[in-house]
Design a protein around this ligand. Structure first.
Ligand code: FMN
Length: 330
């Protein structure tokens, strides 16, 4: 058991920050399915301090999803301090600093995983943010820039010294992007050098991976990104598996389709019908994963701009799947 601010956690299973994915509706779905802590997508500190309305909207959180962290990114210390204050006004449970993003235009600004190139600067940045807010500050980073410059043990100590209250490590280097096996074996080494909670991230795709990650590394938490898009039940499943040794609730076609619709309904209420339906298109391949003969349905779903069309098409597909199954039962 450990605490981050007022949040008490134990073997926490967390929803990772994901740009254009972890908006309120998806965070709520994952929370309902057992995520212990959820995060906003990363929010650009420069956009926040310039008072960009579009950037500011990304900070919105609601009570039903708590505990929730707002993640901010940037390279400039003053902008990060300014952004932390703006984020604090939204009253999240914590502020997370992104020091792991690998994409070119973020790294090109000296932000995200580029911070790993200069650990003393990264430490100053994190300390400045910690000192500027009453909220707990956590950091999400990677092992290092590439395999010839893995600095995570030094970085972890510096983050703790700077006042970060937890550290998430995406167990890949910047050079690996999102590919290649995550190197979980670093987590026990990191835990030896710091006493703050350490969360493992990378390559966690099933409840079995969650259990294995805790068992092999003694991490304080396991953070899931892509595995939650295809399977948001991973949070509940991993808890069942760790508690009782088996997964009780089998996710069938009805659950997949109903959750897909529930997610869309939440999104429609939050951001309006047309935008919600268009943005939902990226979730269909995840929700329909593993179901029989999905291509035609997925193609049809891409045409709709209204909730009713999506609902009707998905319910028709569900009926087809149920008939298909019942014909096979002798
Ligand atoms: C679509 C997408 C968007 C992402 N956006 C963010 C982000 O905003 N902030 C962040 O820290 N990491 C972001 N990531 C990285 C994930 O949080 C995570 O570190 C990475 O995907 C590895 O975890 P996984 O193997 O469980 O996917 C993103 C990943 C994906 C796939």
């Amino acid at each position: 058991m450990f605490k981050i601010g007022k949040i008490e956690l134990d073997k926490a299973v967390l929803l990772a920050p994901m740009e254009d994915v972890t908006d309120i509706s998806f965070r709520l779905v994952c929370k309902e399915l057992g995520a212990d802590l959820v995060y906003t997508e990363f929010v650009n500190s420069e956009g926040l301090v310039r008072a960009s309305e579009k950037t500011h909207k990304k900070l919105k959180i609601i009570d039903e999803e708590r505990p929730v962290g707002i993640q901010i990114y940037g390279a400039n210390i003053d902008s990060m301090v300014g952004a932390a204050k703006i984020a604090e006004a939204e009253n999240p449970d914590l502020i997370d600093i992104n020091a792991g993003c690998w994409v070119k235009n973020v790294v090109g600004q000296g932000a995200g995983s580029a911070l790993l190139k200069d650990p003393p600067y990264m430490q100053n940045l994190v300390r400045a943010v910690v000192e500027s807010t009453d909220l707990p500050v956590t950091v999400k980073t990677r092992l290092g820039w590439d395999h010839s410059s893995i600095k995570i043990l030094e970085v972890a100590k510096r983050m703790e010294d700077a006042g970060a209250v937890a550290l998430t490590v995406h167990c890949r280097t910047r050079k690996m992007g999102h590919k290649g096996d995550a190197e979980w074996e670093w987590i026990p080494k990191i835990k030896e050098v710091v006493s703050i909670p350490v969360f493992l991230n990378g390559n966690v795709l099933s409840a079995y991976d969650v259990k294995a990650a805790f068992k092999q590394t003694n991490a304080d938490g396991v953070m899931i990104a892509r595995g939650a898009i295809a399977n948001p039940w991973i949070f509940r499943e991993s808890k069942e598996l760790m508690k009782s040794g088996s997964i009780k609730t089998v996710v069938d076609e009805e659950m997949r389709i109903n959750t897909c619709l529930r997610h869309l309904e939440l999104a429609v209420n939050i951001k309006g019908e047309r935008r919600a339906v268009l943005e939902h298109r990226k979730f269909y391949s995840g929700y329909l994963k593993g179901l029989h003969s999905t291509s035609k349905t997925r193609n049809d779903l891409m045409q709709f701009t209204e909730y009713n069309g999506v609902e009707e098409r998905l319910l028709k597909y569900l009926e087809y799947l149920q008939n298909y199954k019942s014909e096979l039962i002798v």
